[in-house]
Design a protein around this ligand. Structure first.
Ligand code: AAO
Length: 511
């Protein structure tokens, strides 16, 4: 029995569900569209010191250059070859980033686009980030190389060649997603080519992959590719470590393809999480925070140890993908901070924090007509992420991960570790609180009236600094102080008009 437990523990720690973050670091941040040079610096100057576990980076491989509209962010989801050559930087810069981040214990996860190449309608030529020639019409990608044999044209059964119904699993996997040339992942040549690309990245030192558009790949085809992958680089990872895998499958229910088909391969994105949490915190459809008492599997989500969770992602923060208008983003900062705070305090899932750039959001008939706009740039060259004196970012980068409330909640999650969800309290409406064993406690007031009550925190007696309104600096607190009595209770007051109507304390914020 003991031996079995040990084996399953080792199995989990070395397997494709483990993020391989340093001990005591638990969250991933998506530095969407950042340059490799900036990520390397961010690992050293900010992510490691503040306990971030790893970074999801934008697709590093060569992609189509789209000029109409001008250099949209989404061109990076149209591969031309697997050369490490994109707006974020070249292979040397990529290697430098991976090395420097790993050296300070911050992991890199690559967004891998394996389902397809560029759109069928793209013009033949060399309009690609490394200048490689390609011809979508003849299915020719000599820089890989791929030819007509390597696509699913013969397998797709719709007359348009595209996905026409999400109720037909075969179409979803064998036909084109919005016109993107669908690779024949059933072929060993294609599988080996993709595995070679991923192995190249593994050997450089990445810790895992987000598998883009996994819903559009057969789980068995994904498995065949994963089976060809190397173990992680032993310069930074223990012998026999497997890359973290998290598959992008949008499953809000009601379609032919479900998340559960993918659990065997690795983790899966839980899109219900952000869609539901946004609805609750916006108080739409009669939802209340009190209903969050059984958040997680109790809400019909996938098993916690399979889930990759997030409040928003690069698609649904701008109306792409799924989740709709309930999704909270930095544009709704006050509610957003509460949602991210709730996510990071709650034990469910592997958490990913979003880090964005501003774009000129502009709605026409309910649609954001500028949701294609790429990262801050000068004539297409991505701008550096500059850092202001107050530690926020400049040059058009939002850097939600640097907001005090979010940065401190990432630390909260690290500090409470595997402590159980405990001491839940609610007022039957939108005032709720919960703890994590005897290590941390958080209280929210999302009602239209004040909160003033005494709650059991589970924490040792003492004076604590609220990490939402301030920081503990040199033993002093720059924010609200909370006094926990010998019996573990404390009095909390939160005005409904507070800048951030929530309070969080943990054992390391004790003064
Ligand atoms: C671009 C242009 C296209 C052009 C194409 C080819 O925008 O007009 O045809 O090039 O030339 C990104 C952009 C795309 C872009 C693409 C390539 O978002 O606009 O196309 O790069 O440049 C589906 C997939 C999911 C995908 C999502 C966007 O299942 O995998 O669409 N996400 C990933 C990436 C994403 C990227 C790609 C994949 C492609 O994160 O950035 O695309 O590499 C339903 C389905 C979902 C489906 C959505 C949207 O969702 O369930 O699976 O996602 O529809 O089509 C309710 C429902 C919900 C439903 C939703 C929307 O919420 O509950 O289930 O409504 O109907």
């Amino acid at each position: 029995m003991k031996f079995f437990l040990l084996l399953s523990f080792i199995g989990f720690c070395w397997a494709q569900y483990d993020p391989h973050t340093l001990y005591g670091r638990s969250s991933i941040v998506h530095l969407f569209e950042w340059r490799w040079a900036d990520i390397a610096k961010e690992c050293e100057r900010y992510l490691a010191p503040n306990g971030f576990g790893g970074v999801q980076v934008s697709p590093p491989n060569e992609n189509l250059v789209v000029n109409n509209p001008s250099r949209p962010w989404w061109e990076r989801y149209q591969p031309i070859s697997y050369k490490i050559c994109s707006r974020s930087g070249n292979e040397d810069e990529f290697k430098d980033m991976v090395t420097r981040c790993n050296n300070v214990g911050v992991r890199i996860y690559v967004d891998a686009v394996m389902n397809h190449m560029c759109g069928v309608g793209a013009e033949a030529g060399t309009s690609s980030t490394c200048g490689s020639y390609f011809n979508p019409g003849t299915r020719d990608f000599p820089a890989v190389p791929y030819s007509g044999w390597d696509f699913n044209d013969g397998k797709c059964t719709t007359s348009s060649g595209g996905i026409e119904s999400y109720n037909d699993a075969s179409q979803v996997r064998d036909c084109r997603l919005t016109g993107l040339l669908d690779l024949a992942l059933g072929k060993d040549y294609v599988r080996t080519t993709l595995a070679n690309y991923l192995n190249h990245l593994i050997d450089i030192g990445v810790a895992g992959f987000r598998l883009d558009a996994s819903k559009h790949m057969w789980p068995g085809d994904i498995k065949a590719i994963l089976d060809k992958l190397n173990n992680l680089n032993t310069q930074w990872f223990s012998e026999g470590s497997r890359p973290l895998i998290y598959q992008e499958v949008i499953d809000l229910g009601g379609e032919a393809v479900t998340s559960s088909e993918y659990y065997g391969n690795g983790r899966v994105t839980e899109f219900k999480y952000g869609a539901k949490l946004g609805t609750v915190i916006r108080k739409w459809n009669g939802e209340k925070m009190a209903y969050l008492k059984n958040w997680g599997e109790g809400w019909g989500f996938m098993p916690s140890d399979r889930a990759l969770v997030f409040v928003d992602n690069h698609d649904n923060q701008r109306g792409h993908g799924a989740g709709g208008s309930s999704i909270l983003t930095f544009w709704d900062a006050r509610l957003y901070k509460m949602a991210v705070g709730f996510m990071l305090a709650h034990p469910y899932g592997l958490t990913r924090v979003m880090s964005s750039y501003y774009w000129p959001r502009y709605f026409e008939n309910g649609d954001d007509v500028n949701n294609w706009v790429g990262p801050p740039n000068d004539n297409g060259v991505t701008k550096e992420v500059t850092i202001n004196e107050d530690s926020t970012c400049g040059n058009g980068w939002v850097c939600e991960h640097r907001w005090r409330q979010i940065r401190n909640m990432v630390a909260f999650r690290n500090i409470v570790g595997f402590e159980p969800f405990s001491n839940w309290w609610d007022n039957g409406s939108n005032q709720v609180a919960f703890g994590r064993g005897n290590k941390g406690f958080i209280v929210f007031n999302n009602d239209d009236w004040s909160l003033s009550t005494t709650l059991q925190t589970g924490l040792p007696a003492g004076t604590y600094c609220d990490i939402i309104s301030g920081d503990k600096v040199n033993g002093y607190c720059t924010g609200i102080q909370v006094y926990v009595s010998d019996d573990g209770t404390a009095q909390f007051s939160i005005s409904n008009s507070a800048e951030d109507p929530f309070i969080a304390i943990h054992v390391e914020s004790k003064i």
